[in-house]
Design a protein around this ligand. Sequence first.
Ligand SMILES: CC(C)(COP(=O)(O)OP(=O)(O)OC[C@H]1O[C@@H](n2cnc3c(N)ncnc32)[C@H](O)[C@@H]1OP(=O)(O)O)[C@@H](O)C(=O)NCCC(=O)NCCS
Length: 154
Amino acid sequence: MNLVIRRMTLADVPAVHEIDRLSFSLPWPERSFRFEVSENPVARPWVAEVDGRVVAMLVLWLTVDEAHIATIATHPDFRQQGIGERLMIAALQSARQEGARTAFLEVRASNLAAQNLYRKYGFVVSGRRPGYYKDNQEDALLMTLENLDHLEVT
Ligand SMILES: CC(C)(COP(=O)(O)OP(=O)(O)OC[C@H]1O[C@@H](n2cnc3c(N)ncnc32)[C@H](O)[C@@H]1OP(=O)(O)O)[C@@H](O)C(=O)NCCC(=O)NCCS
């Protein structure tokens, strides 16, 4: 597989929005991705490309020494091929080079696939936000990776 991981550009936004729409019950408006790419100074948006096609996306927010994974999704046709983990590792390693020491994210309590991905790289459940998701009042688990120096790449 010819996998390329690179920063998201405005030209990627329609494909990214489509992946988002196919992946979440509460997708972001397309303009939110444009904002992340062109206006949000703390945003580090990424995509993964296979043979020139955008197949996964991730938005990370970097504030001083904290990396917050705001969203991550792989196109349904390209899941379970190791793309999401390559993308997440690349984004976290880059954030670490920019000074991040810890990483965190929110994930639906029922989203075991994503939780497995995060656990595989050392994230642990560090809190719960009751009723965080507005479509079904589902709780979010807060997952944290305390020390990015311990990010083990297999
Ligand atoms: C979560 C998601 C991004 C994973 O992307 P992916 O490209 O399929 O993931 P990978 O192939 O890199 O898998 C990496 C690890 O994630 C876990 N994982 C991925 N899919 C899984 C599944 N269906 N069931 C259980 N574990 C899964 C496994 O631990 C896997 O490692 P392994 O292959 O050694 O078992 C993808 O399922 C997705 O887009 N889901 C919808 C959007 C979403 O829920 N995003 C997370 C929001 S917090």
